[in-house]
Ligand binder design. Structure first.
Ligand code: HEM
Length: 145
């Protein structure tokens, strides 16, 4: 179960990054309707990621880094920036979509240009963290309340 939830989480965040790139491609080609749909799919996949990730965390707890000491600092820098930016990504995405749906496209574009690199960073770093923990992860168990 744990492995399945981990796989579902990592694939949904990676696919959300890919649909985001597809949405960007569409708007650059002036295909607004396709852009609209791709971005909503990207957002749905990111929301699914959150569901799978939280389910895994609640059922199986966290995994700690148990790899080479020389890489510990780099790993935690990646993990912390990933987590902070993932938390920022949610409200920023809602704001960007809200402005698009209201037809305020200049505000939409201004914030979307920040959102896209943040989203891609979260998707790529999520994948890297998954691979690192698959190799060097140490089970820490669930937190008892
Ligand atoms: C998380 C969701 C979204 C992201 C990350 C996003 C991203 C972007 C980006 C980066 C641009 C600027 C492209 C460029 O300058 O070449 C853009 C433009 C645009 N977006 Fe989105 N978008 C999202 C959702 C939507 C939705 C839901 C709609 C439809 C209501 C929409 C409609 C548009 C339109 C019409 C433009 C062109 C605006 C113009 O050129 O004046 N977007 N979007």
């Amino acid at each position: 179960m744990k492995e399945v939830l981990g796989l579902l989480a990592v694939w949904s965040i990676v696919l959300s990054g890919l649909t985001l790139l597809l949405g960007l491609y569409f708007i650059r080609r002036g295909r607004r309707e396709a852009h609209h749909r791709s971005m909503l799919v990207a957002t749905g996949l990111a929301a699914l990621f959150l569901v799978f990730y939280l389910a895994k965390w609640a059922l199986h707890g966290t995994t700690l880094y148990g790899g080479p000491e020389a890489w510990r600092g780099a790993y935690y820098a990646l993990l912390i920036t990933h987590t902070l930016l993932a938390a920022l990504n949610g409200p920023l995405a809602l704001y960007v979509i809200y402005n698009a749906l209201k037809g305020r496209f200049s505000v939409h574009k201004r914030w979307a240009r920040w959102l896209v690199p943040i989203w891609l960073y979260v998707a790529v770093s999520g994948w890297v963290i998954y691979l690192v923990l698959k190799r060097y992860g140490v089970e820490a168990g669930t937190i008892a309340f």
